[in-house]
Design a binder for this molecule. Structure first.
Ligand code: NAD
Length: 314
């Protein structure tokens, strides 16, 4: 049994810690949300009252926080993990964050004599619950190997990505492709429908043809085709438009830093911004289909060209 500290018990951190409890570990969990704490406690997490108690006696501490700003504030500064923890404790950040914040924490951790890896995940809430997440881990080889042992109960795939920040780089690029695929699926789906194709017949073709993608198979944005897709449930979120906008924003920030043109990424960012501006940021990201078919409330003829993107580069 290991003693595992955990900060961030939300949609992902909640079910991830539940799997670590099932694997026999003691989890010392902390969150700012009482709702998150109550749910984690019901899953067997030992709730503690501060980051200082999270790190106390911990073999490893994980963080699973929304954005780079949260990660910086939890690790850095006087009350941060690097000031509180013993250098014997391994530190793992599994949040999806910007490269610059990941680099800042790597550098501060190394300067303080800590072992730290960036280890973002793919697989969503369902993968977190099933313990089938893909972890992409950046950092020193020895630290990555050490972190992998603790990660096993939460994962199906553990992939070392190289040096510091490469886990975040992999995650950012993967999600850029995911959301471009989602937008292309929305356009193909609506056009096929308007050309008189049966929705299921078209899906049956595309899913075994060159139009196939994970987004098509899992998030098909027209109802009545993929049972579990949010389009069948009034776009109740499996992955919010706000989170999608954040992730595409991370790719755009990384592209600007590397002088990489992202024509498709910029366009998809505008689609999510239009959803958010219409007050739908908390709905599922596949709702961008309504920018294609023109049914989005407050949108004039599917205004996918809305300017003034609100994506956050964190
Ligand atoms: P979430 O908002 O549900 O959970 C984040 C939790 O962090 C919240 O409970 C919040 O109260 C807590 N928190 C914020 N600041 C804190 C602080 N200073 N101290 C303690 N707790 C604090 O988000 P989530 O869906 O669990 O996502 C977490 C990360 O995982 C994000 O970076 C997200 O992009 C990434 N991710 C999410 C999914 C998904 O499907 N939801 C999939 C893959 C990756």
């Amino acid at each position: 049994m290991a003693v595992i500290g955990w900060i961030g018990l939300g949609n992902m951190g909640g079910p991830m810690t539940a799997n670590l409890v099932k694997a026999g570990h003691r989890i010392q969990g902390f969150d700012l949300s009482q709702h998150a704490l109550d749910a984690a406690q019901a899953n067997g997490v030992t709730i503690v009252g501060s980051p200082a108690e999270v790190v106390s006696g911990a073999d490893v501490v994980f963080t699973m926080l929304p954005k780079g700003d949260h990660v910086r504030s939890v690790y850095l500064g006087d009350g941060g993990l690097l000031a509180l923890a013993d250098t014997k404790t391994l530190l793992v950040d599994s949040s999806t964050i910007d490269i610059e914040s990941a680099r800042a924490v790597h550098e501060a951790a190394a300067a303080g004599g800590f072992r730290f890896v960036d280890a973002p995940v793919s697989g969503g809430m369902s993968g977190a619950e099933a313990g089938t997440l893909t972890f992409m881990i950046g950092g020193d080889d020895a630290y990555v190997a050490e972190a992998s042992e603790y990660i096993k109960p939460m994962s199906r795939n553990i992939i070392p990505t190289g040096g510091p920040t490469t886990g975040q780089a992999a995650k950012i690029c993967n999600n850029l492709m995911l959301f471009i695929n989602l937008a292309s699926t929305a356009e193909g789906a609506v056009l096929a429908d308007r050309l008189g194709l049966d929705k299921k017949v078209f899906w049956d073709i595309a899913s075994v043809s060159s139009g196939d993608s994970w987004a098509l198979r899992t998030w098909y944005p027209l109802p009545g085709v993929v049972d579990t897709a949010a389009s069948n449930h009034d776009f109740a979120p499996t992955f919010t438009a706000e989170l999608a906008a954040k992730d595409v924003g991370l790719a755009i920030a990384a592209a600007q830093a590397t002088d990489t043109p992202l024509v498709m990424g910029e366009r998809v960012a505008k689609m999510f911004a239009a959803l958010i501006e219409a007050g739908e940021g908390g709905k599922d990201c596949s709702k961008i289909v309504q920018l294609v078919d023109g049914t989005l409330a407050n949108s004039s003829s599917g205004n996918a060209n809305a300017e003034g993107t609100s994506h956050d580069a964190n």
